[in-house]
Design a protein around this ligand. Structure first.
Ligand code: CO
Length: 145
């Protein structure tokens, strides 16, 4: 089994302040991380739920993939992110099994993670993100001395 945990469920929203406020009022949820990810053209707010996150994500540019998703399908579930021990290994394994990668190699995500996206085509319509946490990187570095 490649997947160790659900890292986050990402919800595309137009107004991130309104969405944060909703989660605060409904669930008493607080923002654990907040970050602009320039390369993806988004701002994210991460709300911790046990060891996972709800990720509220809003576009900061018109050409951002999240802007296009909201234009096409409206607000709502955008992708699911599965935590893995080794992003490169998991990506290679999925590609070998026939999945279509969006990222050819792992790249930096938010919170110092390494991530890779898999196209929803062939994944039952779900955009999948593989996430390797930084602590996994440092654990491996320690192990390997
Ligand atoms: Co994500």
């Amino acid at each position: 089994m490649l997947l160790t945990e659900i890292d986050h469920v990402a919800i595309a929203v137009k107004d991130i302040e309104a969405a944060i406020d909703f989660y605060r009022r409904m669930f008493g949820a607080e923002v654990a991380y907040r970050e602009v990810v320039e390369i993806d053209g988004v701002e994210e707010a991460l709300l911790k739920v046990a060891e996972s996150y709800v990720q509220l994500v809003t576009p900061i540019r018109h050409d951002s993939p999240v802007a296009k998703a909201i234009e096409k399908r409206g607000e709502g579930l955008h992708h699911i992110a599965y935590r893995v021990d080794d992003c490169a290994d998991a990506l290679a394994s999925m590609v070998a099994a026939g999945a279509t990668p969006i990222d050819k190699a792992p790249r930096p995500g938010s919170r110092g993670t390494l991530v890779a996206f898999i196209h929803p085509r062939g994944c039952f319509g779900t955009l999948i993100e593989l996430v390797q946490e930084e602590r996994r990187l440092s654990e491996r570095a320690e192990r390997e001395g």
